[in-house]
Design a protein around this ligand. Structure first.
Ligand code: ADE
Ligand code: ZN
Length: 346
């Protein structure tokens, strides 16, 4: 049932205003995916890195993807301009100031160290630049954070272990591990031992599962990686027993509507799983994934999905609440944010 585009519905001014003012957390954001074309050009110039585009327009044309791999090829290419601690600071700071205007109060950010260390950029350079921006945002913008280091699943288990080793001296600065990149053919099972080690080290664990991969990958992420949260999780809906299990265990899913649309995981926004997840008792959240590549930040994602699915005010508030209950914040902070959500919703 692809291709029959639903006419986009208009959001009422009341729902527009609700989305704009609700405090929210963003739980699924790849910092390298927030590299806007303008910053790509600025950093390419600053670092003398050649890129295959001459204009922002050319970049936008290249950002037409027909699947996840199409996007990943461009995403890894874009990383080539990120070389210095200042580059990683500038990238992260640009995202955080943008998030502030969407009333984001807490972020749990992914970074892909292997995308940088493989190019000869030191782990500490990457981490220090990102962390300096996060700390500055905490002090100046009131945005709290957690940092999640992802393993690239198209690389080997051995390379993931080497990355975990490299992270060891910095573990006090990293809160969790995740699993991203090309999903098909790289099931969670491949990283069961690395995740077991990460859990022993006291790290939180999450994984992308069921974005392009089947519901069995979601099940494996639960059974073999013991994930605390599922990134995307769309295909979990193919298996009713799995849906019941996820609901029973109270796991949060970090759904990324514009990403799903731009990577052709769904044919149009009306096929977004967000409403079906909520209706089946799943703790869905709304996130931007790679906003510079997919045409929108977190509020754009709320607006797009609310318009296409005709979400109610109560469902929109539920999504914002889920973003805090699904975070790795301590209960007292979650409670404070939930009170703020309810206050803003009145
Ligand atoms: N890396 C960055 N964005 C991703 C996505 N949506 N899926 C898998 N890996 C990614
Ligand atoms: Zn992602």
């Amino acid at each position: 049932m692809r291709g029959l585009a639903q006419p986009a519905q208009m959001l009422t001014p009341e729902l527009e205003s609700l989305i704009a003012r609700l405090p929210k957390a963003e739980l699924h954001l790849h910092i390298e995916g927030s590299l806007e074309p303008e910053l790509l050009f600025a950093l390419a110039g600053r670092n003398g890195v050649k890129i295959p585009f001459r204009t922002v327009e050319e970049v936008r044309v290249a950002y037409r993807f027909s699947n996840l791999q199409d996007f990943l090829d461009i995403y890894y290419q874009g990383m080539a301009v990120l070389l210095t601690e200042q580059d990683f600071f500038d990238l992260t700071w640009a995202y955080l100031t943008r998030a502030k205007s969407d009333q984001v109060r807490h972020v749990e950010i992914f970074f892909d160290p292997q995308g940088h260390t493989q190019r000869g950029v030191a782990f500490d350079t990457v981490l220090s630049g990102i962390e300096r921006a996060l700390k500055t945002a905490e002090a100046q913008l009131g945005i709290t954070y957690r940092l999640i280091m992802c393993f690239l699943r198209h690389l080997s288990e051995e390379e993931a272990f080497a990355t975990l080793d490299e992270a060891m001296p910095h573990l006090a600065r990293i809160h969790g591990v995740g699993l991203d990149s090309s999903e098909l053919g790289h099931p969670p099972a491949k990283f069961a031992r690395v995740f077991a080690r990460a859990r022993e080290l006291g790290l939180h664990v999450v994984a992308h599962a069921g974005e392009e991969g089947p519901s069995e990958y979601v099940e494996e992420a639960l059974d073999l990686l013991n994930v605390e949260r599922i990134d995307h999780g769309n295909r979990a809906l193919d298996d009713a027993a799995l849906v019941r299990r996820i609901a029973r265990e109270g796991l949060t899913l970090t759904v990324c509507p514009l990403s799903n649309l731009r990577l052709c995981v769904i044919g149009d926004m009306a096929q977004s799983p967000v409403a079906r997840m909520l209706e089946q008792g799943l703790k869905a959240t709304i996130n931007s994934d790679d906003p510079a590549y997919f045409g929108g930040y977190v509020n754009d994602n709320y607006r797009a999905v609310a318009a296409a699915l005709g979400l109610s005010a109560a469902q929109i508030v539920q999504l914002a609440e889920n973003s805090f209950t699904g975070s790795f914040l301590p209960p007292e902070d979650v409670a404070r944010h939930l009170a703020a959500v309810r206050e803003a919703a009145r």
